[in-house]
Write a protein that binds this ligand. Structure first.
Ligand SMILES: [Fe+2]
Ligand SMILES: [Fe+2]
Length: 362
């Protein structure tokens, strides 16, 4: 029997980015079966809940947590709905585009132009804080290439705007983002999706993909050198340790450097290991610490500074299930900002930390 300390949770109540601070469970013959606990709601959690609700079972949570969920829902629903819809549409269209490209073994330029303009729409309404949450929109079932390509395009666009580039250049950056990994369609799936470490030989095969992308675009009639170079050199590193040519410093074209930043940052927010153990602010922090020597430090710095500026005053969800707003972030301590909770400014720490960034108070 369920006693009165529990509340029923309807499936529409839980949204990407919300946080469960106690057990979410359902009942089988009166016995509770745990669904999840202490987790950020992401696409995988939502998928599991959809499966469960198909069996007509009811889902419950502790009453106190339910109240906190209600409060979270109020913010997350209002802010994310609009952006998430546009982002989902772009990802859907990218799936169709990749399927057609694989089938025809060439890139249809008109379809690409339509996809760029769709991504541009998403970019126009995208709030940069939402970039920190992209990982929660990916499920284990998702095709990594489609999600990743759209993410990198949007990140490229946001960085391009922060750099004050013209709209023409932004369009090129979006195109590069969408197409940079298209050459992966030529890499055997058993290597691309191999769980665990690749052998040296397998990694050598993977390393061919930027050149495959470049060749495919050339063969499909792409002529814009900036786009072609951006695609070809997105794995070059300023230290010279990248591929395919081991270019150093400013020998790497600017658009390739920007794409490298978007590429690495997206890999970090999407990776399971990061999603499970890290918060969006922790990822931002490690990105800053780990990548400085390999990426253009000027752009990495700008990325971080703009992101910090963007985060000021934003509504966040804490590991206690509470909702607060960021009042101050120290660059050297991004993971633990000062947060205002119920009118009191408090220092967050390892026991009470930001798990999700859900936007502004409307
Ligand atoms: Fe790549
Ligand atoms: Fe990539």
């Amino acid at each position: 029997m369920i006693n009165r300390q529990f509340e029923r949770v309807s499936s529409g109540m839980l949204l990407n980015g919300m946080y469960l601070d106690s057990d979410l469970f359902y009942l089988v013959e009166g016995k509770p079966v745990l669904l999840c606990h202490g987790t950020v709601i992401d696409a995988s959690v939502l998928e599991r809940l959809r499966d469960i609700s198909k069996q007509n079972v009811e889902i419950y949570i502790e009453e106190g947590s339910y109240q906190r969920l209600l409060r979270q829902h109020e913010y997350v629903a209002r802010i994310n709905h609009y952006i998430a819809k546009s982002y989902d549409l772009a990802r859907q269209k990218m799936t169709d585009f990749l399927r057609d490209t694989a089938y025809q073994n060439r890139v249809n330029q008109e379809a690409m132009v339509r996809l760029v303009s769709l991504t541009q729409n998403t970019l126009d309404i995208m709030k940069p804080y939402f970039l920190l949450q992209l990982g929660t929109y990916m499920s284990d079932m998702d095709d990594l290439l489609q999600t990743h390509s759209v993410d990198v395009a949007i990140l490229n666009g946001v960085i391009g705007r922060w750099l004050g580039l013209s709209e023409d250049k932004i369009e090129k950056l979006l195109t590069i983002g969408l197409l940079h990994d298209i050459g992966k369609l030529r890499i055997p799936e058993r290597i691309l999706n191999k769980p665990g470490r690749l052998t040296k030989e397998e990694f050598d095969v993977v390393k061919r993909h930027p050149v495959y992308s470049y060749d495919m675009l050339k063969n499909s009639g792409f002529q814009d050198e900036e786009v072609l170079q951006g695609v070809k050199y997105h794995h070059e590193r300023i230290s010279g340790g990248g591929y395919p040519e081991g270019l150093v410093l400013d020998h790497i074209p600017k658009m390739a450097k920007i794409t490298a930043i978007s590429d690495i940052y997206d890999a970090m927010i999407s990776k399971r290991v990061y999603k499970e153990s890290a918060t969006p602010l922790k990822v931002l922090d490690s990105f800053y610490r780990d990548q400085f020597s390999d990426l253009d430090p000027r752009i990495v710095n700008l990325f971080l500074e703009q992101m910090i500026r963007e985060l000021q005053g934003k509504v966040v969800i804490l590991s206690t299930g509470e909702v607060g707003t960021i009042s101050y972030i120290e660059k050297t301590r991004i993971e633990y900002p000062m947060v205002e909770i119920d009118g009191k400014v408090e220092q967050t720490d390892g026991n009470r930390y930001v798990v999700s960034v859900c936007g502004e108070i409307v």
